[in-house]
Write a protein that binds this ligand. Structure first.
Ligand SMILES: [Zn+2]
Length: 418
């Protein structure tokens, strides 16, 4: 089989190191070699002289709603705004856009109708183009939680859209098991209001017993649990009960940082949706955006400290929600680097190594390392010098997923010798 041999590359490895004038050899689905110095080639190798362009790991979006769509109309039963088939088509489009934006993996944060599970199969069978997808469940939470209040009770909506209402530990167990049966590999729990929901952030949406039962049921079947969490007490409770991923993490303080770092729990700060939403709404939202702005400021203060402490922070956000369309996924890197002040190299680590670790696949994805799967980007430019180069899809000359070129605009020279 023809190998791909990149020469004269700048390699950003995903874990804080760079190489210049380096080579990367891709053999079938794996990275066969990375290094500087002479590289031995074979007559049928495809040799690509990158003239200093960058090779980096494919990125991971760790909070993705493939079906989200800014309908702009409220109230609507959450996840029932459109028919399932139409939402599935939407998911196909947004996942194709995601992989073409340099994200070779996506970890879903929730979808209605078990759409994620079917889309994952379609991608793996080659029916459609998309990233490696970790399918998520409906939102598991209690009757009357913030999502469940998105429509009035007299509509008597009985269908399950994006929500699986559950009350009591037994129903939490049953809901988790049902979602796993439908293909979810991660269960989404709405633990608090806040962070863009209509519920107050202080409000705990479930009891400790309910959360414990749901997490235990998921772990017994090998599934992870992630939680929409926007206050300190809920963060600490989730850590006590071994929740796997903390979404949003508003209200994080020094004690939370210490315990999150100690447990290695990944955190998805997802600041861009509230930032863009409150910018777009201005002062028209009757105080709603004031509290959002306060949360954004608080997170911007605490995040550099959390990053310096070694927290496993990752990228991902609520693309498709109001005023936050699908598409500009790579803007997150510039946002955290330029607006929050996180070192660019660290943000790249969030996007790559940390994302792979969140997936539980840190040993085979997330860095440019010999032996790992070849999920790689070839970038015209150097993201360390200008992180914004990743935002223009034209700068992504090559996108490889498991050694397969999802996009091939590589500068080819087919030179037989070096
Ligand atoms: Zn979300």
């Amino acid at each position: 089989m023809t190998r791909l041999v990149f020469t004269h590359a700048t390699v950003i490895d995903g874990d804080g190191s760079t190489l210049t004038e380096a080579h990367v050899v891709v053999d079938a689905d794996r990275i066969a070699a990375v290094g500087t110095g002479p590289v031995s080639t074979r007559p049928d190798d495809r040799i690509i002289d990158l003239h200093g362009r960058t090779v980096m790991p494919g990125m991971v979006n760790c909070h993705f709603h493939a079906t989200y769509h800014n309908l702009g109309a409220a109230p609507a039963p959450f996840g029932l705004e459109e028919p399932a088939a139409l939402q599935a088509v939407r998911a196909v489009n947004s996942l194709e856009l995601l992989v073409n934006s340099g994200f070779t993996s996506a970890v879903s944060a929730g979808a209605p109708f078990a759409i994620d599970a079917s889309i994952k199969v379609a991608i793996e069978r080659g029916l459609i183009v998309g990233p490696r997808l970790v399918p998520c469940s409906r939102d598991v939470s209690t009757t009357g939680h913030a999502g469940d209040r998105s429509y009035p009770p007299h509509w008597q909506v009985g269908a399950l859209g994006a929500i699986r209402p559950s009350d009591g530990p037994d129903e939490f167990r049953r809901s988790v098991r049902a979602e796993i049966k439908e293909g979810a590999e991660i269960i989404k729990m709405f633990v608090t209001g806040g962070h863009g929901t209509i519920g107050p952030k202080e409000q705990l949406e479930m009891s400790r017993e309910e959360m414990a039962a749901g997490i235990e049921a998921a772990h017994l079947r090998g599934a992870k649990v992630r939680g929409h969490i926007a206050n300190r007490e809920a963060i600490l409770m989730a850590l006590d009960l071994r929740m796997d991923i903390i979404d949003h993490a508003d209200g994080m303080d020094d004690e939370c940082i210490e315990r999150i770092v100690e447990t290695g729990t990944p955190v998805v700060p997802s600041m861009m949706f509230p930032a863009r939403f409150s910018q777009a709404m201005g002062d028209s939202a009757l105080g709603f955006t004031d509290s959002m702005k306060a949360d954004i400021d608080a997170m911007a203060d605490v995040l550099p400290k959390a990053n310096a402490a070694g927290m496993r922070l990752v990228l991902g956000d609520d693309y498709g929600a109001m005023f936050f369309p699908h598409g500009p996924y790579a803007e997150e890197l510039a946002y955290y680097s330029e607006e929050v002040g996180i070192p660019t190299m660290d943000v790249i680590r969030w996007a790559t190594k940390h994302g792979a670790e969140l997936m539980g696949r840190g040993d085979e994805l997330g860095t440019v390392t010999a032996g790992k799967l070849a999920d790689l980007l070839v970038v015209d430019g150097n993201p360390l010098a200008d992180i914004a180069v990743l935002q223009d899809r034209a700068n992504l000359l090559g996108i490889l997923k498991g050694g397969h070129l999802v996009k091939d605009c590589l500068p080819d020279h087919h030179s037989p010798t070096l």
